[in-house]
Write a protein that binds this ligand. Structure first.
Ligand SMILES: [Zn+2]
Length: 128
């Protein structure tokens, strides 16, 4: 099995589509957000993958900004009754949070693999 790093914008596309960061063929997820143990196509061990709270943070910040901004505009321009706000923003919140969560997680894992990002480790210098 030859090890070759993806080039160009491949990691972004593979991540957003939820595909293996190395081969781009195998699937990354087995549940909604649960990772497979390894790539079914090239055998890459997904043990390295740890997106942590990253996907949720991006989704909260971006989705929160969109919903709050839109709610403020609607309130100032139309001053609708409160049930209109509930009817508008509750579905939008669900769409904006649940929709991008999986692509965002795939993207962060793919970029983590591409840039070889991992926790800091102490390494001994041989000349000391
Ligand atoms: Zn693979």
């Amino acid at each position: 099995m030859t090890e070759h790093a993806p080039t160009g914008d491949a990691p972004i596309g593979r991540g957003l589509r939820g595909r293996c960061p190395r081969c781009g063929e195998g699937r990354l997820f087995q549940g909604f957000l649960t990772l497979r143990p390894r790539c079914e196509h090239c055998g890459l061990d997904y043990g390295f993958a740890d997106a942590g709270d990253g996907p949720a943070v991006f989704v909260i910040l971006i989705g929160g900004f969109i919903v709050v901004f839109a709610a403020l505009i609607v309130e100032f321009v139309y001053q609708p009754p409160y049930w209109v706000h509930v009817a508008l923003w509750l579905p939008l919140i669900l769409i904006l949070t649940l929709g991008p969560l999986r692509p965002m997680k795939g993207l962060l894992i793919s970029l983590q693999y591409h840039h070889k990002a991992q926790e800091g480790r102490l390494e001994r210098r041989s000349d000391s």
